[in-house]
Design a protein around this ligand. Structure first.
Ligand code: SF4
Ligand code: SF4
Length: 186
């Protein structure tokens, strides 16, 4: 596919990630190495192909897929790509689009709640803290009681520090988040 034939979705992804999905030649190496591929409704190479097509139907399929929320961000796909493409970043961009457009499927709402809680913790403290993350997730997901019996054991083993640790450079982290929201540079 020539660069001029790139879909609007492909251009949006390129702007957000620097990854030009048009250059994917569908070798499937990303999918072959992905530990989550067998659980995904669209495998990484299929995600790249749908992003190349990028019409309304393909965009809808991508933004409503469970695959974009099952991705672990392990970067195996990105490391394996012979074209030096970055499927993991493409998936990250699709997650943001899916959230912004309210397209997240009902099945993935808890993953979305966790995703938001994780980002909020990092934005506020500069790192992930077990107690703030769990509290925020529980409040926003409605998933109040699962795993709750593990808490006493984790507390006694020092795995749940009650006072969250913060990093010294958290103002810089906040600036990064603010710049990302504006789509610019810190
Ligand atoms: S490994 Fe790279 S070129 Fe091959 S299918 Fe995946 S993204 Fe496309
Ligand atoms: S980053 Fe996501 S898509 Fe890529 S290999 Fe890991 S789980 Fe699979």
């Amino acid at each position: 596919m020539s660069k001029s034939a790139a879909s609007k979705l492909a251009e949006t992804i390129r702007h957000a990630t620097g990854c030009n999905v048009v250059e994917c030649y569908q070798c499937g190496k990303c999918t072959a190495g992905c530990p989550m591929a067998k659980y995904m409704d669209l495998m990484p190479s299929q995600i790249m192909r749908q992003a190349q097509i990028g019409d309304d139907e393909a965009t809808d399929r991508l933004l409503k897929s469970n695959a974009i929320w099952l991705c672990l961000g392990c970067l195996t796909c990105t490391q394996r790509c012979p074209q030096k493409l970055d499927p993991a970043a493409v998936i990250d961009a699709l997650r943001e689009m899916s959230n912004e457009r309210g397209a997240v499927s009902a099945k993935q709402r808890k993953v979305l709640a966790f995703h938001k809680a994780f980002l909020k913790c990092v934005e506020e403290t500069g790192r992930m803290g077990e107690v703030p993350l769990t509290s925020l997730y529980k409040m926003t997901s409605g998933d109040l009681f699962s795993d709750v019996l593990m808490a006493p054991l984790m507390l006694t083993r020092g795995k749940l520090p009650l006072v969250p640790k913060v990093i010294r450079g958290r103002k810089a982290v906040k600036r990064i988040f603010a710049a990302c929201r504006k789509g610019g540079k810190p």
